[in-house]
Structures are given as structure tokens and as C-alpha cells.
Design a protein around this ligand. Sequence first.
Ligand code: SAH
Length: 358
Amino acid sequence: MTDLSDLIRQRIADAGPVSVAEFMGVALTHADGGYYVTRDPFGAAGDFTTAPEISQMFGELIGLWCAVAWQSMGGPESVRLVELGPGRGTLMTDALRAARAVPAFGRAIRPHLVEISPPLRAAQQAALDGLDLPHAPQWHATLEEVPLGPSIVIANEFFDALPIRQFERTEEGWRERLIDADPAGGLCFTLSRKEAARLGPAPEGSVQEICPEGTETTAAIGRRLAAFGGAALIIDYGHAESALGDTLQAVRDHEFASLLDAPGEADLTAHVDFEALSNAAQVAGARAHGPVPQGHFLMALGLEDRARTLLATADAARREEIAGARHRLVHPDEMGLLFKVLALTSPDLPPPAGFEGI
Ligand code: SAH
């Protein structure tokens, strides 16, 4: 496995300091040593836990959301169900199982998984193997590789993993934050000597983040929906309106970790700027709905009813688990408020489930 710290120091020696985005891209997805490419990071034994790993209710409700979206599209005989960054495949598996409640939808689904990590692709395959699907799932490295056509696109905690660039307002104007080699053999932050392209006015010391891959991906989703019909659901933590601030963080073993010390060993994420994503999708021809807080969205989709159904047949330990999961997913002090849900649709569709009257 490549030592990513050495690799980045070599790039710096060859061509000068690298952007935060280049560092993040190498640390997370380098083919030989990138964080996601070398491990399964989820769950108690891993570094972090995501909503589908907390409870089957999450993926099931999203599966039903997809069924309603498909009906509003006129129930096409074939629809691509595309998931970006499917992790262990838990959300996709729970969604496909729930989708059987609408048999014609179950038959229409062509599953497409966009995943860069070989071990996670294997985990997704193993999770889906038990389902006996009418159409075999297909894997792709990028959204562009997914064949065009009517589509429903899901992304949970995918956009926060895409590389961001950071700019800092100094007394001499905006400068890009870069990463340089320090004499002790490690990496350190520095600022570009050249002034960065014009950003808005802001007090000295402010940090502005942009996520070019995030806006490009959302624009690609928007173009696909506008041309072929469909809907998308983007779920992540972040802010509803663009805001200044440094949100880059490293997490390892469920704790915050150093950003630069061990690239490839910690998860690196940044808050998602939902306003920027929404704008990119609308410019591309789609309609945007929300974002709404995750708690609101899951309650609107019937989380309470689903929890009650599961509780009815559960033993004491399982009852506690279900109640705990419901709390983590929707309570404002847990994931309920920080996590947000943005829906995108082709312009001819009504507001999707959970976004009516907002
Ligand atoms: N959606 C899952 C996993 C979230 S973690 C869940 O909620 O549990 C981020 C996922 O995106 C992982 O599967 C990771 O391997 C994948 N990923 C990260 N960057 C990617 C990229 N540039 N292209 C494709 N997949 C990527």
C-alpha cells in the first residue's frame, strides 16, 4: 500500500503546495491506500455510523418514497434506481425490499450503484445477493457511466465526502488554503501567494468553501432528470443556505482526528452547501424542493407508523433498539436537524412525498 503522506510530499516537491481538494481526493479515494478504497469504515467497529446502518426503517421509507416518485412519473416500465456511494449496500437492500409493496415498481427497477471502493462494492454485492432481483444490479465508478433514461437517484452521506477547496480572506484579499510539506517530515497548511478569483466581501479571517465535484454531480443529475424524467434525493449534513466557515473535519474511531497527520487513515468530510447544490440542479433544468430537516422528512413519510409496526412483534431488547433508532434518526439534538434532505425532480412532476406544502 502506498504511504499517502509520502506521495503527497512528493507531489509538493515536484509541483508546489497542493489544494485541500487534491489532498482530500488522494486521502479518500487513491486507488492504493485511499480511506474508502482500503476498508469498510462503518459501524461500532469502524469510524462512523450512518442512518441506514442505524435502522432498516430509514432505507424502507426511502424505498416507499421511490415508489411514490415512480408513480408520479407515470409508472414507466423501466426505471434506473441509482445510488451514489452506497456504503455497505444497506439502504439499497432495505429500499428494494420495501419496494416490493408496489410489485410493478419492483419489476421496473434497474439498480445501478456508483461506487469507487472495491471492498464496499463486494459488501454491496453480498447484501443484494439475497434479494432475488428481477434485474441484476450494475456497478459504475461515476454517474456518467450509468446509462441514460428515466431515473431515481439516491445519495446518503455521499456529497460530504467529495473534495472541497477552501479560501481564506486575508488583509490582502482572498487566498486559497494549500497544503505544504513541513521541515519535520509532515504536512502543514499554507496560503497561496496569488490572490484567488473574486469571492464576495467578508471580514478578515473568514473561510469560504466550494465543492466543484458536488455542484458538477448535481448539475449532471439535474440534466438527466430534465431530459428523461425522474427524481433525486440528496441526504447529508450541512447548511440550507450558503455560509462562510471552515467545516473540514477528520473522524477516526468515532472521534475527531488530525486532518493532516495520517491521510488515508481517517474519514475526511465537509458540510454540504445545499443552496449551491440546489442552484446547480436548477440551472441544469431540474426543479428543487427543500431542503427539509431529516426529522421532518422521516416523520412525514410515516416513521412513527413503521416503528409501531416493528414494535408490535419485537421482544424487549429489540423494542429498546427500535425506540433508540427512532430517536437518533429524528430528534433535533441527534440527526433530526443537522441532516437535511433535498429533493430534485423533472419540472413536470408535483412536489415529492415529504415536500408538499413547504
Ligand atoms: N451511503 C452510505 C455510505 C456513505 S460513505 C451510507 O449511508 O451508509 C460514502 C460512500 O461514498 C462510500 O461508499 C464511499 O466509498 C463512496 N465514495 C466516496 N467518494 C466517492 C467517489 N468519488 N465516487 C464514488 N463513490 C465514492
